[in-house]
Design a protein around this ligand. Structure first.
Ligand SMILES: [Zn+2]
Ligand SMILES: [Zn+2]
Length: 427
């Protein structure tokens, strides 16, 4: 075995290892290791999760049955089937949308049809606005705009792949024992390696620049079993957005979710240790494939200080999401109101108990301040709905996780001694 050509370092002290009598020996600290243990610590370079891009573009037949539009307000590129009269942009509400020609563009493979009716979606919005004390007025005025709710097919890319991960961990088992006057800590160092595969089906990433990923990811999941093959007629009555986000950017998002999911699954099989640290990983994917689809969304957008805020409802499941900031004026009002109320109450109690002194008043002030923070924090939290999804656990093909490398081996031991101070010891 050409061991001498590879320079390995001692995992305990970092000094170079030498091959001696079938073992790798460290001259500096005296530890020795089996060859396979040291080899198990190495992770191959490279890897990465890539997907084959879809190639099918709109046909001439599609182009004849479809009409494209460009919004003069926000620049959105939209399309629908040609008997639908589009009157306003679903993103910004601008009525100035100019006809365009359908040229090129990736042809969606599937469309998930709308299930939620406009009335049901309006009901969802009305429910959401109830009891939201810190909702900025601009959005409350927007309640009148519920009637202007617009339906939109949002382009998504669905990513499939078979991922393979090889991950190496440094793991420790720590034991503390008392030996006479000494407290002795034994730390056993292990090398742990896990290798396995996991299949992912249809991880969705939205291909629309106009919608924040936090919004579209919190609209998930969609039930793809209801999807129908794309044809221009299925767009009747609704506008669809063009997939305008760079496919590579979407791919990176999907790849990240694949990596996080498989790494989490691997890590969950490393058990029985006091401490586990990842040392190196190689994650790669095969059969990566992208399917372009259109998903149904009900939208209301509102402009505030030049920024567009979006309320969205999953047109299949009715799930609502938005990312609305708390109103500063209202937050202050609620904060001061709570503070004043709680402080007055505390002061009244102190007065009744004849304990009103500067010290007790300060405590009352602190209690009132904490109450104010809790109230404003709670009311702000009510508003937040949209959140990124970091993993792809929902899209793991069921039963596809399989572990084929499960390796846990002892490396070396560290011993630390500490003299126990006797409480009655003389100095
Ligand atoms: Zn060493
Ligand atoms: Zn627009």
């Amino acid at each position: 075995m050409p061991v001498s050509t590879v320079a390995y370092n001692c995992p305990a002290c970092g000094a170079p290892l030498a091959y001696q009598g079938g073992k790798l020996v460290c001259a500096a600290c005296g530890n020795q290791y089996d060859l396979d243990v040291i080899e198990a610590m190495q992770v191959a370079d490279g890897g990465g999760v890539a997907f084959a891009a879809p190639e099918e573009t709109f046909t001439d037949g599609d182009a004849q049955q479809m009409q494209a539009y460009i919004c003069q307000g926000c620049g959105a590129e939209l399309m629908t089937e040609d008997t639908t009269t589009a009157t306003e942009c679903p993103y910004c509400g601008s009525p100035t949308i100019l006809p365009e020609r359908i040229e090129g563009g990736v042809r969606p493979e599937y469309v998930v049809p709308f299930v939620v009716t406009k009335e049901q979606a309006q009901q969802q919005f009305t429910e959401y606005f109830k009891g939201k004390k810190l909702m900025p007025n601009v959005f409350l005025d927007g309640r009148n705009r519920i009637s202007e709710m617009r339906r939109l097919f949002v382009p998504y890319w669905l990513f499939d792949c078979e991922a393979r991960a090889d991950i190496v961990y440094d793991a420790q088992k720590r034991q503390v024992r008392r030996e006479g006057d000494w407290e002795v800590t034994y730390t056993d160092h292990y090398i742990v390696r896990r290798g396995g595969t996991m299949g992912f089906d249809a991880i969705p990433v939205d291909g629309s620049e106009k919608l924040d990923n936090a919004i579209t990811e919190s609209l998930e999941p969609y039930d793809l079993s209801a999807a129908v093959p794309f044809e221009p007629a299925v767009l009747a009555g609704a506008l669809a957005d063009h997939a305008d986000v760079d496919a590579a950017a979407c791919e990176a998002r999907a790849a990240q979710r694949v990596e996080n999911s498989i790494a989490q699954a691997m890590r969950s099989t490393v058990t029985g240790y006091t401490n586990v640290m990842e040392r190196g990983r190689n994650i790669r994917a095969e059969g990566g494939r992208v399917t372009p689809v259109l998903m149904p969304v009900w939208l209301i957008t509102t402009e505030k200080e030049g920024k567009t805020y979006t309320f969205a409802i999953n047109g299949q499941t009715g799930k609502l999401t938005c990312d609305v900031p708390a109103d500063t004026g209202k937050s202050l009002l609620w904060g001061f109101g709570t503070f004043a109320g709680v402080f007055a109450l505390c002061a009244a109690i102190l007065y009744a108990m004849a304990m009103m002194e500067s010290g007790t008043l300060l405590i009352a002030g602190i209690i009132a301040l904490v109450a104010a923070f809790i109230v404003v924090g709670g009311l702000t939290a009510q508003l937040r709905q949209a959140a990124h999804q970091s993993a792809a656990a929902d899209y793991v093909r069921s039963g596809s996780f399989s572990l084929d490398v499960r390796y846990d081996r002892f490396l070396y031991q560290n011993v630390q001694r500490r003299r126990i101070e006797q409480p009655n010891q003389k100095r």
